[in-house]
Design a protein around this ligand. Structure first.
Ligand SMILES: C[S@@+](CC[C@H](N)C(=O)[O-])C[C@H]1O[C@@H](n2cnc3c(N)ncnc32)[C@H](O)[C@@H]1O
Length: 230
């Protein structure tokens, strides 16, 4: 496996069981909802994964556009949500092809660690032009350079203990460490950003960003940033 997209496109066990998936989806839905500006908002969820929260989020906005780069996930999303009243499923090229100035909110949760700097910079330019003048870009679960895999594991175990899937989480962590995920993480690493560096990077792309609380999901060692067109 040579890339993170290949990993996400494969069968994997990052979510240790159905309970983990359900609680993750519930948390992400709650966190996205906090940023939806109103019931008519057009929302892009870039790097949405399985998006088990999609129906929930779609019920709180005018239109939800799900963008996913892993082809197998994209096909499954289209099968599940293709006929949904206000959900569209697109590949990354579909975002490029959208008319400029049409989005109220772009959310990107737990994706940046898998993007090279060049890919991120290209996406920042795309997201900026697709936002309405008052639209907001919310990038969540950004990993600061000092956050170790051990801190990530501890955050998962704490979440699992509260959610009643601690044993499965222990087993899942071992499985993940020994899996392709562990190998790719060693080979490619994660892209990580310190807060001032990240805010400055967005500023260079015409986006005025600030850190907002809380972070999406269960790991508060990672950070969420909200930005608007400068
Ligand atoms: C950790 S998952 C996060 C999924 C979802 N955002 C969530 O919070 O549950 C990362 C997802 O980002 C997708 N992804 C990675 N790079 C991408 C890109 N350039 N464009 C679209 N999706 C991408 C991966 O395929 C994967 O499904």
């Amino acid at each position: 496996m040579k890339s993170w997209i290949e990993f996400w496109n494969s069968e994997h066990s990052i979510y240790v069981n159905e309970r983990h998936k359900a609680l993750h989806a519930e948390a992400v839905a709650r966190d996205i909802a906090r940023h939806i500006p109103g019931p008519d908002a057009v929302v892009l969820d870039h790097g949405c994964g399985e998006a088990l929260y999609a129906e929930n989020v779609a019920s709180r906005c005018g239109r939800l556009i799900l963008c996913e780069a892993a082809p197998n996930i994209c096909v499954a999303l289209a099968e599940r949500l293709g006929s949904h009243r206000n959900v569209d499923v697109v590949e990354p090229m579909g975002v490029e092809q959208m008319p400029d100035g049409t989005l109220d909110l772009v959310v990107v949760n737990s994706v940046l660690q898998y993007l090279s700097r060049d890919m991120l910079e290209a996406l920042l330019s795309t997201w900026r032009v697709k936002l309405k003048p008052q639209g907001r870009l919310v990038i969540a679960d950004v990993i600061p350079p000092n956050v170790s895999p051990i801190r990530d594991a501890t955050a998962l175990l704490t979440f699992a203990a509260r959610g009643g899937f601690l044993t499965a989480a222990f087993a899942g962590l071992v499985r993940t460490a020994l899996s392709d995920y562990g190998k790719i993480r060693k080979q490619l690493g994660f892209s990580m950003y310190a807060e001032p560096e990240f805010v400055a990077l967005l500023a260079r792309h015409g986006l005025a960003a600030e850190r907002v609380h809380p972070n999406f999901g269960h790991n508060q060692a990672r950070k969420t940033f909200a930005a608007k067109r400068a």
